[in-house]
Design a protein around this ligand. Structure first.
Ligand code: GDP
Ligand code: IMO
Ligand code: MG
Length: 429
């Protein structure tokens, strides 16, 4: 009963899409279990670059069935655009290849408008959301007033539900946030059309997964966002509104823990974060610019979904340890090791010091986190291009040491070392 769960071990954008793509070559199913189109997962195959927001990264592998699970929130407009975009590029995106859970909740124009209005109203305290309506959609789900994808099987009923939902959102937008009304007459026919297009993809995806498990099929649960963006275990309130951790995969797909074989944590060889909130190992000066890149290369640290420059910092093992614990990680994939070739010495944070004492656990309180001092160990760099490395022995000794240091400190095997964005640029160890 092999389900392999893949999660981001940091603040998102660790290269989950890139590692999922490697795993998908031997998978039957790839399933997204949380988040929505706030995600941006990149897959590079030669000159072809795919940026996926809602559709699982398995879609670029012909034999793989992709599932958008019940834990995902889906903006139908974005889903249709993504389907059309992939289809134009010659990928098959029929209903045999993509299944959307009837229990997944729908993101509407009202949620997107509210996300934006709430961020504006927060002013200095804004979270820096992707403004995709994620928070308001999960709020409605928890408040038991959401609209589920299953309703699309009856387009008229679905469009009516969206219209009355927009009436309620208009009250909020106008009275609380002083924003313009959404034109419901204009919106309703759009949702009628969305339902007609999407309904054939909508089904009971948990049942599909249970059948697949009974046939011993390989299933990859592809996480979105990252552990520190988890609603419970992340840097609250600077988090997303879902559960990107391994527990989220169980609830977000409708499976039990006994089906899980491996929990793979994907981490960059350094750290990045988009949006606001504390970041103990953040680098602001010239080294930061070197890690981030200028935006010339597709892999430079600028958001896949929003284009925002990402904040960057050295690798933080206090974060990875927290991730290993809350996810129950069994192994790690390290990405973007090639980016560190630019540094003669590389600091790694091995823990946090608070008032002179080393902390044993990642703090839950942001004020405490802000006061933490990272404790760094300096490792020697390798100052050599490693993008052509394909075997462990191709890596310079100091690059091997960097990886071994992480693996030994974390007490976890590192099975993939990514040395470039392309499918081929990986060392299996
Ligand atoms: P995700 O959201 O976790 O799937 O990650 P993103 O796709 O948002 O960001 C990762 C970026 O790094 C993408 O542009 C990838 O193509 C790129 N990338 C992934 N692995 C590597 C690597 O090992 N080296 C380099 N240079 N780029 C990489
Ligand atoms: P992938 O899957 C990085 C961040 C936003 C913001 C916070 C809340 O590509 O790794 P939201 O729109 O979710 O309410 O925003 O979460 N965020 C991400 N950061 N990668 C992502 O996804 C993210 N999805 C959300 O920047 O700080
Ligand atoms: Mg991303």
């Amino acid at each position: 009963m092999p389900v392999d769960i893949l999660v981001g071990a940091q603040w998102g954008d660790e290269g989950k899409g890139r590692i999922t793509d490697l795993l998908a070559s031997s998978a039957d199913f790839v399933a997204r279990f949380s988040g929505g189109d706030n995600a941006g997962h990149t897959i590079s195959i030669g000159k072809d670059i795919f940026k996926l927001h809602l559709i699982p990264s398995g879609i670029v592998h012909r034999g793989v069935t992709c599932i958008i699970g019940n834990g995902v929130v889906v903006n139908p407009k974005v889903l249709i655009e993504e389907l059309e975009g992939l289809s134009r590029r010659g990928l098959e995106v029929s209903q045999t290849r993509l299944k959307l859970s009837d229990r997944a909740h729908v993101i509407t124009t009202g949620h997107v408008a509210l996300d934006q209005a709430i961020e504006i109203a927060k002013g200095q305290n804004a979270i820096g959301t992707t403004k995709r309506g994620i928070g308001p959609a999960y709020t409605d789900k928890a408040a038991r007033i959401g609209i589920r994808a299953g309703l699309m099987s009856n387009p008229t009923e679905f469009a009516d539900a969206v219209a009355s939902h927009l009436e309620e959102k208009n009250q909020l937008l106008n009275r609380l946030f002083d924003q313009d009304y959404i034109d419901i007459k204009e919106e309703r026919p759009k949702y009628l059309e969305y339902a007609r297009i999407i309904a054939p993809f909508v089904t009971n995806t948990s049942a599909i997964i249970h059948d697949a498990l009974s046939l011993d099929k390989n299933i990859i649960a592809e996480g979105a966002q990252g552990t520190l963006l988890d609603l419970d275990h992340g840097t609250y309130p600077f988090v997303t509104s879902s559960w990107p951790t391994s527990a989220g995969a169980l609830g977000g797909l409708g499976i039990g823990p006994s089906s899980v074989r491996r929990v793979i944590g994907v981490a960059k060889a350094f750290t990045s974060r988009v949006g606001e909130g504390p970041f103990p190992c953040e680098i602001l000066g010239e080294d930061g610019t070197r890690l981030r890149g200028t935006g010339e290369n597709p892999w430079d640290e600028f958001g896949t979904t929003t284009g925002r420059p990402r904040r960057v910092g050295w690798l933080d093992l206090a974060i990875l340890r927290h991730s290993a614990l809350v996810n129950g990680l069994t192994e790690l994939a390290i990405t973007k090791l090639d980016i560190l070739s630019a540094f003669a010495e590389i600091p790694i944070c091995v823990g946090y010091r608070l008032d002179g004492k080393m902390l044993r656990h990642f703090p839950s309180d942001l004020r405490t986190l802000e006061r933490c001092q990272p404790d760094y160990v300096q490792l020697p760099g390798w100052s050599k291009d490693i993008t052509g490395a394909r075997r462990w022995s191709d890596l310079p000794t100091n690059a091997q040491r960097y990886i071994e240091f992480i693996s030994d400190t974390m007490n976890l095997p590192i099975r993939w070392i990514s040395v470039g964005p392309d499918r081929e640029q990986v060392v299996y160890s």
